[in-house]
Design a protein around this ligand. Structure first.
Ligand code: IVH
Length: 766
């Protein structure tokens, strides 16, 4: 960190109230003058950058002393607008997560797996270090200068938070002896003491308080106004790296040492261990120190020390093979269950939430816990088996709460000896609490769902929020907050996706009550909003599909469907054709579920049998329906459950379909997905390995081939493109020769894929 220059103003947290008042007065004068010079006199006196800096300082002081905010504050006047979102950063090397271990035995298994993958009979060395409970950040340095900081985001793309990272004292901005290109990764976190002080300040100034230090760290880093981040005491530990133009070391431990030498904070509890026994010893040492560390950790991370072995081990789709996180056990506490509320989600799912007498669980106050679904409350899991020894949960019960990692608190147990006399079994509602439509449980579904669709306010507004979310239409200036506002707006209501695209026309038709004259909007922001909406009239097919918020159709399924059908026309025709076959499938599922329920005498409520009977009576679906249905099911990754969701949600003539068709008429173009990039010479090829491999294990060879986009098959057939044959190859080699299939030895294979190792962790084109 560089020394502060003498002219630099005092940090906002260090200002006394009197100093703050004086400075706000001075800022009001300077900004007022600058505004007049710029807007009225057309003769700016200070640079835009200086102007922005003054405004930010003004806002930061007001944030700390809201009571001192002046009537003539520049914050309430038009001026340089703040950015309305973070820029995006595509990570050159994906930011992955870690596989979890929960028990001591999992650690020994990890070691065994690693050694057998590498065919390494002797012992291996590992580093062990605390798993910091914060949020990960990637810092890009070029020629030793910090140029960019990005959050993890979805692992492939994060948010550009450079201005914010520059305010964190633990993050060096200049490094003398660094590789020309260097991405350093680590965890941003907040200490317990700083978290408590921040929450006190927030509460005193009537601002929102944070649930735990991790939320506080995330909320503080992701501030559009970096002066707010500057006023928050964030810290940073470095523990990993992304792109490097030169290696930091040949071991993990050496690399961490090198990071410390460069000026990064590295965790002082990091140790080198010779095998599982020492790893577990360090796990218990760190566990014993946990309470006194002054910051949250939630486990211990073990990493193979030898970086050449790490490179050979490589990655699965979202986690490295060379590391594992050994989590600490969940923390537990007992409290009273005061009420059960039902929340209605975007897909109409009715989710029961336990309202608890607040209790501290592992340093965090918990007052809500998830109850999952109806069966869970009644002491059964989704397979109908007993949980909690079959004990049900009733309002008034004394319950045990636990938190595991970052998941929502859950209930572990019920103390029946404390159950109030007369407490009745909980009756799950059969009507939606939001719109009173019937709430139905489909066969095989553990969740009860509202049938109100778009007429249900909970679903409508949640659907729209999903529609405009990041993976969906992602309309700048139209986030969850604005959707909520427009949904309930009388003048410019937005109830369905298509309504978004008619907003501008409806607003223009009513000039007396223009949106731009409303609080929170202005000429510029409204113009920008219209432009952002206009831009999205052209949309990628996979985004379009994901945005519809159909149950089970997440980003991956949307992409698979888009790659298969290419256009909405093709997909919607397939749905129309397949519909009778999907109904038949539902009827068959229902019949089967009823039989199972009857056999188990589980008291499952009878489903309306009328529809089913009608479907059976209609006879088997026509061949073209079956063909379309089977084609849908043939797509890799699309199963019957998803297919039923898709076809029933978009059933011809249904209210969802009407809404989607209305949306389509508003769009200019739904663009087909890009073809899969095939940078590697083996991408798309079907490869078979046979005989003995001498330079790597079969598992390693397979993983490497798959990482390069090849498909690895077990036997030779006409579909095989390439056979890699080591010594001792027999029948497969003969078969390949017969079929005229290209055959290479191990060295030939390695030469073919050489130069591709660096791209192992890169994501595909999407
Ligand atoms: S290594 C390739 N080391 O845990 C994986 N991660 O559950 C590189 N984390 O996203 C991560 N402390 O945010 C690593 N000492 C540590 C860590 C750590 C915390 C976080 C990190 C990661 C998450 C995975």
């Amino acid at each position: 960190m560089e020394a502060r220059s003498v002219e630099e103003p005092k940090a906002v947290e260090d200002l006394s109230e009197a100093e703050a008042r004086a400075e706000l007065e001075m800022l009001a004068q300077r900004l007022g003058r600058a505004n007049r010079a710029y807007h009225t006199e057309d003769a700016p006196e200070i640079s835009d950058a200086d102007y922005d800096a003054l405004r930010r300082r003004n806002a930061a002081i007001e944030a700390r002393f809201p009571a001192l905010k002046r009537a003539d504050s520049a914050s309430d006047q038009v001026g340089a607008a703040l950015a309305d979102g973070f820029g995006k950063v595509a990570h050159r090397i994906a930011m992955l997560s870690l596989e979890n271990a929960f028990e001591d035995g999992d650690v020994a298994d990890f070691d065994t797996r690693v050694r057998s993958f590498l065919n390494h009979p002797g012992g291996l060395r590992y580093t062990a270090e605390p798993k910091i409970d914060g949020l990960s950040l990637s810092l890009r340095y070029e020629t030793g200068r910090l140029l960019q900081a990005a959050t993890r985001g979805d692992g492939a793309t994060g948010e550009n938070v450079t201005a914010n990272a520059l305010t964190i004292a633990d993050i060096p901005q200049h490094i003398a002896d660094a590789p020309e290109i260097m991405e350093i990764r680590g965890e941003v976190y907040m200490s317990h003491a700083d978290f408590a002080a921040l929450n006190t300040r927030q509460a005193e100034s009537g601002e929102k308080t944070f649930a735990n230090p991790r939320n506080a760290a995330a909320g503080s880093l992701r501030q559009l106004d970096a002066t707010i981040t500057a006023s928050r005491p964030l810290k940073f530990f470095a523990y990993a790296w992304g792109e490097l133009s030169a290696p930091l070391s040949d071991t993990q431990f050496g690399a961490i040492q090198r990071l410390a030498d460069m000026g990064f904070q590295t965790n002082p509890l990091t140790r080198l261990c010779d095998g599982p026994a020492q790893m577990l010893a360090q796990y218990h040492t760190i566990g014993a120190e946990r309470a006194g560390l002054g910051y949250d950790i939630d486990g211990v991370v073990y990493k193979v020390d030898d970086l050449a072995l790490q490179a050979r081990l490589g990655f699965r789709s979202t986690t490295p093979r060379w590391a594992i996180a050994h989590k600490f056990p969940a923390e537990l506490a007992w409290t009273w269950l005061e009420a059960i509320d039902i929340q209605v989600g975007r897909t109409g799912a009715l989710s029961p939430v336990a309202r608890l007498t607040p209790v501290t669980v592992g340093g965090v106050v918990v007052s809500n816990a998830t109850l999952h679904n109806e069966d869970y409350i009644h002491g059964r899991n989704s397979a109908g088996e007993e949980i909690r020894g079959g004990k049900d949960i009733r309002i008034g019960d004394f319950v045990q709460v636990y938190r595991a990692g970052d998941v929502i608190p859950k209930l572990a147990d019920v103390d029946l000896s404390k159950r109030p006399v007369g407490a009745a079994p909980y009756l799950f509602p059969e009507a939606c609490p939001e719109c009173s439509s019937p709430a139905i449980r489909a066969p095989g579904d553990s969740v009860r769902r509202c049938t109100g669709g778009l007429i249900c306010p909970a679903q409508g507004v949640e659907r729209l929020k999903h529609f405009v979310s990041r993976g969906g239409f992602d309309i700048e200036g139209l986030g969850a907050k604005q959707v909520e506002m427009f949904y309930h707006d009388d003048l410019l209501p937005v109830k369905t996706p298509a309504d978004i695209f008619t907003l501008e026309a409806r607003d223009t038709a009513n000039p007396l009550q223009s949106l731009k004259n409303r609080d929170g909007f202005g000429d510029t922001s409204v113009r920008k909003l219209w432009a952002a909406i206009e831009e999205r009239r052209t949309i990628g097919f996979e985004r379009f599909l994901f945005a519809l918020g159909i149950r089970d159709v997440g980003e991956v399924a949307a992409r698979d469907l888009a790659r298969h059908y290419h256009s909405w026309d093709a997909l919607s025709q397939a749905i129309d054709l397949a519909y009778p076959a999907a109904l038949r499938q539902i009827a068959a599922d229902e019949a089967e579920a009823d039989e199972r329920a009857a056999a188990a005498d589980s008291g499952r409520r009878a489903q309306p049998a009328k529809i089913r009977a009608a479907i059976w009576e209609a006879g088997p679906p026509p061949p073209e329906a079956l063909a379309a249905w089977n084609e849908l099911l043939s797509i890799d990754g699309i199963g019957a459950v998803l297919a039923v969701s898709l076809v029933t949600a978009l059933a011809p003539g249904g209210h969802e379909r009407v809404a989607v068709d209305a949306l389509v008429t508003q769009l200019r173009e739904i663009t087909p997905p890009a073809a899969r990039a095939s940078a590697s010479p083996v991408a798309g090829l079907t490869v078979v390995f046979t005989g003995t491999l001498e330079k790597m294990t079969r598992a390693e060879a397979k993983a490497r081939a798959e990482a390069l986009g090849a498909k690895v098959a077990g036997s030779v057939s006409a579909k095989t493109d390439l056979l890699v044959a080591g010594p001792g190859a027999g029948s497969k080699l003969k078969e390949a020769a017969k079929l005229n299939i290209r055959t290479l030895d191990e060295d030939g294979w390695l030469a073919l894929i050489a130069g591709e190792a660096g791209s192992q962790t890169e994501k595909d084109d999407t």
